[in-house]
Design a binder for this molecule. Structure first.
Ligand SMILES: NC(=O)c1ccc[n+]([C@@H]2O[C@H](COP(=O)([O-])OP(=O)(O)OC[C@H]3O[C@@H](n4cnc5c(N)ncnc54)[C@H](OP(=O)(O)O)[C@@H]3O)[C@@H](O)[C@H]2O)c1
Length: 276
């Protein structure tokens, strides 16, 4: 039987790393990309490749190398991403561009590179790692949440455009999941603060809030890899996939009752910054 083929971005850590291992374990050919290529897992069926999703040449080379093997492409998993956290007043515009380029434009441009092959085959799926942050939000993650909400809309529109060819685009929306994500987001929040910033107490408070939320979550990257596997292989895929009920309910609350969510978050934030 012909082996199924997946391209995974951000395969050097967290959910991308775990997904690379899981798909390979299920017998797929996995073209796994990241900048730290040496950190991508190795093993049968895994092809570690250098990839910077913000770089057009690198994206092209990544897809070319995967397609050069003459195989089909069943799935593109747009997973690479990070949180450019920091107060909106203080995050520099180059960082804003980097955030949009990594989490949103990179995914879109890579998708454009695989769609012709998928269209020719008459099957294929784009699985996008978004976040419950496509619906919910906290202070400091403004541009991150913009990218995730944007990815949700982009995926929905794409899905309406490519279904006619037998292709689908779906969203997986993880909540707090064990990986390097929080450390990177919080380091960015600190490095984006200006000296003597009035947002220092808010930054400390938000770090506690997000750290606490992540600690109460039981999801591991390996758990999310299983959700990606479902999203990639279910015969009739859903528009949205969640790890668990809590993530689904929180997203639904924020979507259906945005005022309630907003006031609730504002109350939490006022407590976080009180007496600082
Ligand atoms: N962990 C959570 O709580 C959580 C919740 C919801 C959504 N997410 C989303 O899940 C995705 C995966 O994150 P994670 O939690 O697994 O975090 P992670 O452990 O930090 O992994 C992030 C991956 O993205 C890659 N990456 C970052 N910038 C890249 C670039 N320019 N080009 C190529 N690869 C790049 C990194 O590889 P290199 O640095 O080696 O390039 C790394 O492999 C992200 O989109 C994140 O927003 C995470």
């Amino acid at each position: 039987m012909t082996k199924r083929v997946i391209l995974i971005t951000g395969a050097s850590s967290g959910m991308g790393y775990a997904s690379t291992q899981l798909f390979a374990k299920h017998g797929w050919e996995v073209y796994a990309g990241a900048r730290r290529v040496e950190k991508i897992p190795t093993g049968e069926g895994i092809h570690p490749l250098y990839l910077d999703v913000t770089d057009a040449d690198s994206r092209l080379q990544f897809v070319k190398e995967a397609l050069a093997d003459g195989l089909r492409v069943d799935v593109l998993l747009n997973n690479a991403g990070y949180g450019e956290f920091g107060p909106l007043e203080e995050v520099g515009v180059e960082k804003v561009h980097k955030q949009l380029e990594t989490n949103l434009v990179g995914a879109s441009e890579l998708t454009k590179l695989v769609l012709p092959q998928m269209r020719q085959q008459g099957f294929g799926r784009i699985v996008n790692n978004s976040s419950i942050g496509g619906d919910v939000y906290s202070p400091l993650g403004g541009w991150y949440y913009v990218t995730k909400r944007g990815l949700n809309v982009w995926s929905d529109v794409l899905d309406t455009e490519i279904r006619q060819f037998g292709l689908r685009s779906v969203i997986v929306a993880p909540g707090g999941t064990e990986s390097s994500w929080l450390d990177i987001a919080m380091n960015n929040a600190l490095s984006n603060l200006k000296p003597d910033s009035p947002y220092t107490p808010l930054t400390e408070g938000t770090k506690k809030l997000l750290g606490g939320m992540l600690n109460t979550s039981e999801a591991t990257s390996a758990d999310l890899a299983k959700v990606f596997y479902r999203a990639a292989t279910e015969r009739h895929p859903k528009r949205r996939y969640y790890f668990g009920l809590a993530d689904r309910m929180l997203s639904r609350l924020a979507r259906n009752h945005p005022g309630v969510y907003h006031e609730g978050m504002s109350l939490i934030v006022s407590r976080l910054t009180r007496n600082k």
